[in-house]
Write a protein that binds this ligand. Structure first.
Ligand code: SME
Length: 169
């Protein structure tokens, strides 16, 4: 059993503990899907005020639903579509304060009001995107962007293993 108790006084401390726990949970495990599943579960448990946390994987230039916590979600997202597809195309984090005002936002859960999507890049290639949704408007700030970027950069090799790339075809 893994029991990571993350109780932090501030956001920096919270993410420091979260990144440490994610590092420990994925260390030595080559299966990208298993690692994404545990990272999604950790984020879900540690970060307040989320209604969805998980990954979409890059499967032959289309985003395909990966491990997540939250309500069932749309399975396939074309590059360039929605917040996730925009992050996939630009390779830049997308921090959206009001998803209702984002052109082309894909409403998987009508409760979502704000969203943070961070691309996971390994050797210059997109592996996946990390998607966090909140029922509160303006839930994510620059610190969330920076720490989530640090998280996925630190774990990129463990999120881009063979299992991730061989799920289709
Ligand atoms: N809202 C996302 C779609 C994925 S769900 O939020 C889980 C988007 O616009 O890309």
């Amino acid at each position: 059993m893994y029991d990571f108790r993350i109780e932090a006084a501030d956001k920096a401390e919270l993410y420091r503990e979260l990144i440490g726990a994610a590092d420990a949970l994925t260390a030595g495990e080559p299966d990208a899907i298993a690692n994404m599943a545990n990272v999604a579960a950790l984020l879900w448990e540690a970060l307040p005020d989320l209604n969805w946390a998980g990954f979409y994987r890059n499967v032959r230039d289309e985003l395909v639903l990966g491990p997540f916590q939250g309500r069932p979600a749309c399975i396939r997202i074309p590059f360039g579509k929605g917040v996730c597809g925009t992050a996939a195309t630009t390779l830049e984090p997308q921090c959206v304060a009001d998803v209702l005002a984002f052109p082309g936002h894909i409403a998987c859960d009508a409760a979502s009001r704000s969203e943070l999507v961070v691309p996971v890049v390994l050797d210059g290639a997109l592996i996946a995107v990390l998607d966090l949704d909140s029922p509160s408007p303006d839930r994510f700030d620059e610190a969330d962007v920076a720490f989530c970027t640090e998280l996925v950069q630190r774990l990129a090799t463990r999120l881009g293993g063979v299992a991730n790339r061989s799920t289709e075809g």
